[in-house]
Ligand binder design. Structure first.
Ligand SMILES: NC(=O)c1ccc[n+]([C@@H]2O[C@H](COP(=O)([O-])OP(=O)(O)OC[C@H]3O[C@@H](n4cnc5c(N)ncnc54)[C@H](O)[C@@H]3O)[C@@H](O)[C@H]2O)c1
Length: 342
């Protein structure tokens, strides 16, 4: 049994608590807002998972400094703008082995470059460690010698779905999600797609490429600004990778299409509620691979992956390694600079 400390009793904090308990670990959870701990205990947790679990240790902010425990893992599950500040606080306050920061690593306004040499620091791009995505990666790596490759990534979901998981919020402006300076908007919130793009390019050993981007904002009077859609393109003479992200699609689309002249491979994340799948097709045959999952198993897989990393080599090879999330932030910043947003 490992000790896990979670910051933030909101949507992800509840998921991570449930997943950690299911894996048999001891959970401590804290929130700067005491009412959020109450909301977790009385509303979110019972609504999502049936009933409260008495083994969960809720710790008020004022009692945090009394925790004299070695943590195998600390999870920072708070809004993006608070991540780096909390990381620094954890370094000073606790003895621990590993830290997982939720995605995105931070908001584009933070100094993320200073995290480049961190060890045992992970970022929560959970889809990259799923069984289905790992299989997809294995299949496309076999195709990497082809002369021309086209990849299309779509990561599209409107606030209808996102606010469904935050039933206590009135609208996107009730939280950081409606403010790009706090790490909200499509490019931050849907950065899973960008992370997968960067990781795929790395795995296909594609280093030199042009990067182009277009981004569209929602500007309302007396409201913060956020981006609703973007198109990012990575290209060179071998590859054309196009990533489309938006907060407009009421029927979520989270998928990757890989194509070369011989083979087409499609990865569907959540093809149906509890199923990822891969469609494989080449000149000779067609095959469909199905991967059962549920929301909790996605996070169980992620926590299991991190707790099982035992050495530097395994850390270097992990898609959750902090270096990939820094690359994500660099592309977000560049997109916003290209759009003269900052
Ligand atoms: N990987 C995924 O699939 C996934 C899913 C949901 C959320 N997330 C990420 O998790 C993070 C949090 O999102 P959420 O939806 O849970 O937000 P949320 O608003 O539901 O909850 C955040 C909680 O953090 C608390 N908090 C804020 N600052 C704090 C601090 N300094 N110390 C302690 N607690 C603090 C707030 O009071 C709030 O209760 C975001 O970065 C989001 O992108 C990831």
């Amino acid at each position: 049994m490992k000790n896990i400390l979670i910051f933030g009793a909101g949507s992800i904090g509840n998921h991570m608590t449930y997943a950690s308990i299911k894996l048999g670990h001891k959970v401590y959870i804290t929130d700067k807002n005491f009412a959020a701990l109450e909301r977790m205990k009385k509303k979110i947790y019972p609504k999502r998972y049936g009933k409260w679990n008495k083994n969960i240790n809720q710790i008020s902010n004022s009692n945090l400094n009394k925790l004299n425990i070695f943590f195998d893992l600390i999870i920072i599950g708070t809004p993006p703008k608070t991540h780096i500040e909390l990381l620094n606080k954890c370094k000073k306050m606790f003895k621990y082995d590993k830290i997982l920061i939720e995605k995105p690593l931070c908001s584009y306004l933070e100094n993320y470059n200073k995290l480049e040499n961190e060890k045992n620091l992970f970022c929560g791009y959970n889809h990259s460690v799923s069984q289905s995505f790992q299989k997809f990666l294995y299949l496309i790596e076999k195709e990497k010698k082809q002369k021309k490759i086209f990849i299309s990534i779509k990561w599209q979901e409107s606030f209808k779905g996102i606010l469904g998981a935050h039933f206590w919020l009135k609208d996107e402006y009730d939280t950081y999600l409606g403010d790009i300076s706090k790490g909200g908007g499509a490019i931050h919130e849907h950065s899973h797609g960008l992370h997968l793009a960067i990781y795929i390019l790395k795995k296909l050993k594609i280093k030199n490429f042009d990067f182009n981007s277009n981004i569209f904002f929602k500007d309302m009077e007396n409201k913060p600004t956020y981006d609703v859609a973007s198109v990012l393109r990575f290209s060179n003479s071998k590859i054309n990778l196009v990533l489309e992200t938006d907060l407009l699609e009421d029927n979520p689309q989270k998928k990757i299409i890989f194509f070369n002249s011989k083979t087409k491979i499609i990865w569907h994340n959540s093809f149906t509620k509890n199923l990822d799948c891969i469609d494989y097709q080449n000149k000779k045959f067609k095959k469909k691979y199905n991967f059962k999952k549920n929301r909790s198993s996605e996070f169980e897989k992620e926590i299991y992956h991190i707790l099982n990393i035992k050495n530097q080599n395994q850390y270097n090879n992990s898609p959750l390694n902090i270096k990939y999330s820094i690359e994500v932030m660099k592309k977000i910043s560049r997109t916003l600079k290209n759009a003269k947003h900052f």
